[in-house]
Design a binder for this molecule. Sequence first.
Ligand SMILES: [Zn+2]
Length: 76
Amino acid sequence: MVSKYLLILVILMAAIFIWRGNRRVAAKERQAKEQRTKVIDMQPCRWCAVHIPTTEAVQGKHGSYCSVAHLHKAEP
Ligand SMILES: [Zn+2]
């Protein structure tokens, strides 16, 4: 009788262990995906060709720039 409960306990612990391991892998994959997305989200400045994240780029009429200074140089 006791060994039956022990077996169930061991199976349960193994299941939890595997579940936690899978969650860690999923989190790591999500992190890698986010980093890839960040790399894709880079774009060059139209004036100096320096790559900047899209979220930090300064938008001009003809494209995006790394700074307001370069926007004014390219589009006076
Ligand atoms: Zn620039």
